[in-house]
Design a protein around this ligand. Structure first.
Ligand code: G3P
Ligand code: CA
Length: 252
């Protein structure tokens, strides 16, 4: 995001056209000119962070089971592409692999921690250790950090801010929850992340966040009217499943 123009975040990659969280979706996001990529992360049974949204693999692969009960090798043996593009088999993507793509392509990452109850804070611990290993925990300029952690969980945001003060964090939720600023202040979030549905109801959320020194990350913005709404309000980051289309609407 540069000079007041909204930054485009490819939600689960360019997931409108490509199978979410696959390398084809992430590479298409880069090719389509997205400024950043959003991904969800979950822990496998053998403690690898993988880019997957659901608790189980049934919807987006040819396998079965809960991610937390499967090893990375089990996931590697599954096809995460053909459900969306028949005949195009794809591998699960690890967070390490996505970080490498982001590094080589110069894209920012918005990493969302998903929370299997039995793992609790282990997801953040593993995420922060991964960022540390890649040298991403202490950005020169936090306002231009290469990785932002996003979460619906206030506890997760608070733990990230406490344990990695250089890593920015966004508290996700409905605008009505974020509007007053108290929830974000309590967990020291630098940004708020309302859904676009809730932002339509309370567009004043963006100006209030800015007045409190916070940026806004809005999801999931897939219609021209919603892109115009976010751009008009000065939303800093627009997460969309369709980066190329969003880019053309913003130019238009
Ligand atoms: O970017 C935030 C958004 O992804 C939250 O919802 O369910 O798509 O992870 P979900
Ligand atoms: Ca997400």
């Amino acid at each position: 995001m540069v000079g007041g123009v909204a930054g485009i975040v490819a939600h689960r990659g360019a997931s409108g056209e490509f199978p979410e969280h696959t390398m084809s979706a992430f590479e298409a996001a880069v090719a389509e000119g997205a400024d950043a990529i959003e991904c969800d992360v979950r822990l496998t049974k053998d403690q690898h962070l993988v880019c997957l949204h659901d608790r189980t693999v049934e919807r987006t692969s040819d396998g079965t089971g809960a991610v937390s009960e499967l090893d990375l090798a089990d996931l590697r043996a599954m096809d995460f592409g053909s459900w969306k593009r028949p005949g195009h088999a794809e591998s699960v993507v690890t967070l390490d692999e996505l970080i490498e793509l982001a590094r080589t392509s110069g894209r920012k990452l918005f990493v969302e921690t998903k929370h299997p109850v039995r793992f609790g804070a282990m997801v953040e611990q593993k995420l922060l250790a991964t960022l540390q290993r890649h040298g991403l925990s202490h950005p020169d300029d936090p306002a231009d950090a290469p990785v932002v952690v996003i979460s619906f969980s206030g506890s997760a945001v608070w733990r990230v801010r406490r344990n990695a003060p250089g890593v920015p964090a966004v508290l996700l939720g409905e605008a009505s929850r974020l509007l007053g600023g108290g929830a974000a202040t309590a967990v020291r979030a630098q940004g708020i992340g309302p859904s676009v549905d809730s932002l339509r109801e309370r567009p004043d959320t963006v100006a209030k966040a800015r007045a409190a020194g916070r940026f806004t990350y809005c999801w999931t913005v897939d219609s021209e009217a919603d892109v115009a709404l976010c751009n008009g309000l000065g939303v800093e980051w627009i997460a969309t499943n369709h980066p190329a289309r969003t880019r053309s609407w913003l130019r238009g």
